[in-house]
Design a protein around this ligand. Sequence first.
Ligand code: TRP
Length: 325
Amino acid sequence: MDKKRVLSGIRATGRLHLGNYLGAVKGMLELQKNPEYETFYMVADLHSITTPFDPEQLRRNIKEVVLDYLSAGLDPEKSTIFVQSHVREHTELAYLFSTVETVARMQHLPTFKEKVKQHPENVTMALLNYPILMAADILVYKAEAVPVGIDQEPHLEISREIARKMNEKYGLDFPEPQRFATKGESVPSLSGEGKMSKSVEGSYINLTDTQDEIKKKIRAVPTSSNVGGEMSPGVKTLFKLLELFAPEDVSKYSTDYKNGTLKFVVLKDYLSEAIFKELQPIQKKRQEIQADPEYVEKVLKMGQAKATNVASKVLSQTKKEMGLL
Ligand code: TRP
């Protein structure tokens, strides 16, 4: 029986943080070890240039994400690990897909509107095309499962819409990809407001943060002075993180909270400890991999070849049915 395909990617905007790790990477790892799936994991470098960027910084960031992937446990023996722009079929398929979506539909997406607000001086064609390229990333492998955070749901809806339209118009057989959700699908910001995000300073913990840095950041989460009653956003964030990193201790701390006996600093330091414990082996592995840059190059070359092999076939099939071949 043919394996179902999985594709996911993360933008190269810097090192990965806990939000990426819990929302996407953990799902990637789960599917990687499931023998029913064939997994493709990429660094979305072409999506990184839809917002303002610096070329030298981008070059470094691409490598950082690959290092984070490998140290978190993505395994080149089991998964195809590659850089999006190394497989040209993505952009070519995206162009073909752009013929079945209207400008109006793209302009009305909440993700597009948000970016327009953040960077009003940078409302480019690439930004408008973001969801089309993402659909091509997924469908160029005919992937059915996509491990990503819940914020990506509107983009997946577009991918399904494009698959339906292409199938209807040209008799193709694209699957309608579904999001593969993890428990940490939306990780709150350390400020208590919104989600953990690279673009908001003080909102995130990186996978590479030291024990001290983690402790400092967690201690800085705002908590109200009174314990018990309705939880403030900062306190909710602490409990959400506790649920993700030390689920067995949630009931003890929430009882303390209800009884008014909870000391926030105790909860915070315990939580920091739990987070660091999970990150420590990842950091150790990162150091090993970093010591061998040729290894990373080799992984990416192999990934490019394996990905291109699948993507070129799907692209050719599409071009044929569209009358281009
Ligand atoms: N848009 C995704 C994000 O910001 C990144 C991404 C690009 C992606 N292409 C993808 C995720 C394809 C899953 C599948 O997180």
